[in-house]
Design a protein around this ligand. Structure first.
Ligand SMILES: CC(C)(COP(=O)(O)OP(=O)(O)OC[C@H]1O[C@@H](n2cnc3c(N)ncnc32)[C@H](O)[C@@H]1OP(=O)(O)O)[C@@H](O)C(=O)NCCC(=O)NCCS
Length: 490
């Protein structure tokens, strides 16, 4: 998403709209030093940039590239398990995904791909006029269905390998030179007989050969896994892509597990897509059992991976072109990101916190960073504050003041104690205030700042004028302090 807590500290608040793809560089290779002509005498005509080859598009492109740079640095060398539903291939967007994966690989990320095959297995079954049986949403894989699963996986592997082998000039794959490795990395066991149903060749992951996968990754390969596994007796089992992916991410201690599916993300209780979700909330939502079954299915595997030590897990839609890039390189992402961060320490303030807040902001009031507000005002407005607490000590706070007439909110008093700065607490407080503002139906959040302009700009705020402030705030604006007005659309 994601500021989402996995946003690199230097990351842009939100990358501007990507400019249209630049054409391949028009200039020829520079000549070797020996071929260089002697320097020409200084021209009396001043050399200026060619107006046809400069302009706002160029600047936008440079700005955009610079803004994604922190993410590239942060993700280099990291291991991502990316699982995609068979529906993605069926809908004809495999090449686009492969292009994006090749780009991630070129940026230094280690990628394991896991493909699904549900619609392809269905197609094979239909060709053979065989009907498959499902119990509790799980396929019972008889001999015919197993043959279909093998056939489907084989074809998909070939299609995926072919897509990775493209390299036509003027395509995103030009010069990619990427090799894909598959193998018997997944050991499976049968589901067995459950509640009287014999699931036959339907299996579960028993073990992932993490060492071999890691070795392939370290040699610069993309590892491709199918939803099939083998038992030590040599039997094949039909597995789910979700099971293979979450078991692989856990076994590899991957940095991210990403599901690209027909489901766009996890909706909140009123149906709005959640950008971010804590492990605890995810577990609660699964227990409450109010989620659509397909969302619940993906979510339970993401939760399993998080419990297994994977720090971040994402659910994103394949229907959005470039979804994986947008999720990784945009501040807010496009799907839902689950994180194992213990969010318990971030909470709304109570009257017991007044003393801690006073202590926290006192040095900043003294040096003029914050406007002094006095204990009585904090006491009066305590309900507006959110705080971060570790072991009973407050390390950060921020307050939200709403202006319902203008549908605007002000974030005030944002403070993180010096010993905790630089670990993302400021960002978490901002997110919390944004969430509170959205819950109040506010459309814009503003801050008045004298010294923290860049921190806010990186997090999606833009410059605004005093005239843009709500009327009541405008009347109180201190012209001597000359605070900058920064605003963010929620
Ligand atoms: C601004 C503040 C809340 C950020 O909290 P934080 O927990 O350190 O924030 P994060 O960890 O999410 O972000 C840290 C990044 O912000 C940068 N940053 C911190 N203060 C900054 C500032 N004044 N201007 C620009 N960037 C700043 C850090 O250098 C760090 O960047 P890096 O990762 O490239 O090193 C904290 O520095 C603070 O309390 N400052 C003093 C009070 C203040 O200025 N409040 C704002 C009043 S409007």
């Amino acid at each position: 998403m994601n500021a989402r807590t996995d946003t690199p500290q230097t990351a842009p608040a939100s990358a501007p709209a990507a400019p249209t793809a630049p054409a391949a560089p028009a200039q020829a290779e520079p000549p070797a030093a020996a071929e260089l002509p002697a320097p020409a005498p200084t021209s009396p005509v001043p050399v200026t940039a060619d107006p046809d080859r400069s302009g706002p598009d160029h600047q936008q492109f440079v700005d955009w590239l610079r803004m994604v740079a922190p993410y590239i640095h942060a993700f280099r060398g990291k291991t991502f398990v990316i699982a995609f539903a068979g529906e993605l291939v069926k809908s004809g967007v495999l090449n686009a995904l492969v292009n994006d994966v090749a780009l991630l690989h070129a940026m230094g990320m280690q990628i394991v791909l896991v493909h699904g095959s549900r619609p392809q297995v269905e197609e094979q079954l239909a060709l053979r006029h065989v009907e498959s049986q499902f119990v509790d949403g799980v396929r019972v894989t008889d001999n015919a269905a197993l043959e279909c699963a093998k056939e489907a996986a084989g074809e998909l592997r070939l299609d995926i390998e072919a897509a990775f082998s493209q390299g036509l000039p003027n395509t995103p794959m030009a010069g990619a030179q990427l090799s894909v490795i598959s193998g018997n990395f997944v050991t499976a066991r049968p589901v067995g007989i459950v509640n009287g149903t014999d699931y036959q060749h339907t299996g579960l992951v028993r073990k992932i050969d993490a060492e071999s996968v890691r070795m392939s990754l370290s040699h610069g390969k993309v590892v491709l896994l199918s939803p099939l596994g083998f038992s030590p007796t040599g039997q094949a089992f039909n597995l789910s892509m979700e099971d293979v992916a979450s078991a692989t991410a856990t076994a590899l201690k991957a940095d991210k597990l990403i599901f690209i599916t027909e489901v766009p993300g996890v909706p909140d209780p009123v149906g709005k897509m959640m950008q971010e979700m804590s492990l605890r909330t995810a577990v609660e939502r699964l227990q409450n059992n109010h989620l659509p079954p397909d969302v619940a299915n993906y979510l339970q595997h993401l939760v399993k991976a998080l419990k297994g030590g994977v720090p971040r897990a994402h659910l994103i839609p394949y229907s959005l072109d470039g979804a994986v890039l947008l999720e990784l390189f945009l501040h807010d992402g496009v799907g839902t990101m689950l994180s194992d961060t213990d969010l318990e320490s971030l909470r709304e303030a109570t009257l017991d916190d007044v003393g801690g807040i006073v202590q926290l902001i006192a040095p900043l009031e003294q040096d003029g960073t914050l406007v002094p507000r006095g204990r009585h005002l904090i006491e009066r407005d305590i309900g507006n504050f959110s705080v971060i607490e570790h072991d009973g000590v407050l390390f950060g706070c921020a307050a939200l003041y709403d202006y319902p007439r203008e549908n605007m909110g002000e974030m005030a008093c944002l403070t993180v104690s010096p010993e905790a700065q630089g670990t993302g607490d400021g960002e978490r407080l901002l997110k919390r205030i944004e969430r509170r503002a959205r819950a109040l139906g506010l459309e814009r959040l503003f801050v008045l700042t004298t010294r923290t302009e860049h921190w806010f700009l990186k997090r999606g705020f833009v410059h605004a004028n005093v005239d843009d402030l709500p009327e009541d705030k405008r009347k109180l604006y201190n012209w001597q302090r000359k605070s900058m007005v920064l605003m963010k659309k929620l």
